[in-house]
Write a protein that binds this ligand. Structure first.
Ligand code: HEM
Length: 416
């Protein structure tokens, strides 16, 4: 699923589809062992990965022999980023990956350009808070609108702040992408969208990701305008994850207290790492991963304990199965940010909200910094009360959580 629609999300929510899928995979593991398990899927060779060692093996083996550019991903993402790194060939991938890592400053917990970006982030939070106070509460529509505006400002700067057409074009292309092979390409819309991205990249406004993009290494084969749509698209997942984190903190006062302690005395307008809130966002992503299916495709035959897996086989790693496997993870259905404070080893039970190995999300540090800053501001400046009891800490957390329906009552907090 490339874009989640409110109606479909409500349906999935009601069916508790993810919880049922985890149960089914647990049952299959009991019956058939540790996998990988071959599925009978007409016209397609497909296996499901069922053990942590195999998850690590597959993700560490990208792009060869386990390639990220699967047939499904190529069919969907080509609707708006045909030369994107995620669907690039083994030959094209390294330089596009290098470009992404340089512009997103992947290896730094806080992007080295964060100082300027924080001005934009904080200003957009100020605007959101004004709307919150006028409405007397926080609702998805306001959060989403300001989030999208913030993403355009951080990525391209003030010249794109009100370019809503850009966001709408990407949304329409993603809606077509939902239908992968079945939907005709929207060539006109794609051309308009990619031209607009190019226009904003050419402006390279200082203090934005576009400025970093202009400084990143490129060749004639990099196609920066095809890399950036993935960023805009992925920032959307962060919107969901951060709003759900607010829901978790509003319904878990003990954790909200710890988060506020961690924030005490900090100036969120200055670049800094916020470890506790980062862990809270990671927990939201563990409980409700925004990329539930991590897919790879074999480029050659590989040997496994139970026999060979041939070339051109799809390998499915279903993240909720590992994140919510209550037969192995004690805190499977609880909100436990401390899970992320622990050092992890290869043999550990895998939590992979950002994938792992050479194809791991190069935007993870940037996005954890942005989300934790936004949540930090809201948490220190308002009391948030969730308007229903979906996330009661005395009960197992639900298998799915539709963010569109979360509403908060808000009260100003006394200045610290
Ligand atoms: C909460 C937010 C995010 C989550 C959960 C997330 C998760 C992921 C995951 C699971 C993958 C691997 C997909 C696969 O192997 O099929 C991925 C790849 C990627 N992500 Fe993110 N992402 C997020 C936000 C971002 C942001 C904000 C950016 C950029 C600003 C970004 C840039 C990328 C890129 C460029 C790739 C492709 C990497 C490659 O193929 O080498 N992501 N992300």
């Amino acid at each position: 699923m490339i874009v989640r629609r409110p109606l479909m999300t409500r349906l999935v929510d009601r069916l508790e589809a993810d919880r049922k899928a985890v149960r089914l995979l647990q049952e299959l593991r009991r019956r058939y062992g540790r996998g990988p398990l071959r599925l009978h899927t007409p016209g397609r060779r497909m296996v499901v990965v069922l053990s942590p060692e195999h998850v690590h093996r597959v993700l560490a083996g990208s792009p060869e022999p386990f390639h990220p550019a699967t047939r499904e991903k190529r069919a969907t993402l080509a609707h708006f980023e045909p030369a994107g790194v995620l669907i690039s060939s083994t030959e094209d991938r390294p330089e596009r990956r290098r470009f992404n890592e340089a512009a997103l400053d992947t290896d730094h917990a806080v992007h080295r350009g964060a100082d300027a970006m924080l001005g934009k982030i904080n200003d957009e939070v100020d605007r959101l808070l004004a709307d919150v106070d006028q409405r007397g509460g926080l609702v998805w529509e306001d959060y989403n609108r300001h989030w999208m505006r913030m993403v355009r400002r951080v990525t391209f700067g003030e010249g794109a702040a009100d370019d809503e057409q850009l966001t709408e074009d990407l949304l329409a292309l993603r809606a077509a992408a939902n239908w992968a092979f079945l939907h005709p390409e929207r060539r006109g819309r794609r051309a308009r969208f990619l031209n607009r991205v190019q226009h904003h990249l050419d402006r390279a406004e200082p203090g934005t990701l576009a400025e970093w993009t202009a400084k990143a290494p490129t060749t004639a084969n990099t196609y920066p305008e095809h890399q950036v749509p993935q960023w805009l698209f992925a920032f959307d997942a962060a919107n969901w994850a951060s709003y759900r984190t607010l829901g978790l903190l509003a319904s878990h006062p003990e954790h909200a207290g710890l988060a506020r302690q961690d924030l005490a005395g900090r100036d969120l307008r200055r670049p800094q790492d916020l470890p506790y809130l980062r862990a809270c966002v990671l927990e939201s992503l563990r409980l409700w991963p925004t990329t539930p299916a991590v897919l790879r495709e074999t480029t050659r035959g590989t040997q496994w304990e139970d026999g060979p897996i041939p070339e051109n086989t799809s390998m499915l790693i279903y993240a909720p199965f590992f994140h919510r496997d209550d037969e192995h993870v004690d805190a499977a259905h609880r909100f436990e940010p401390d899970l992320w404070a622990r050092e992890r080893t290869e043999g550990d039970w895998p939590f992979i909200p950002f994938s792992a190995g050479p194809g791991i999300c190069p935007g993870r540090n940037l996005v954890l910094h942005v989300t934790s800053t936004v949540i930090g501001r809201l948490l220190t400046e308002r009391d948030l009360v969730l308007e229903d009891h979906l996330l009661d800490p005395r009960h197992p957390l639900p298998g799915t959580l539709n963010p569109f329906t979360l509403r908060f009552r808000t009260e100003p907090r006394p200045a610290p």
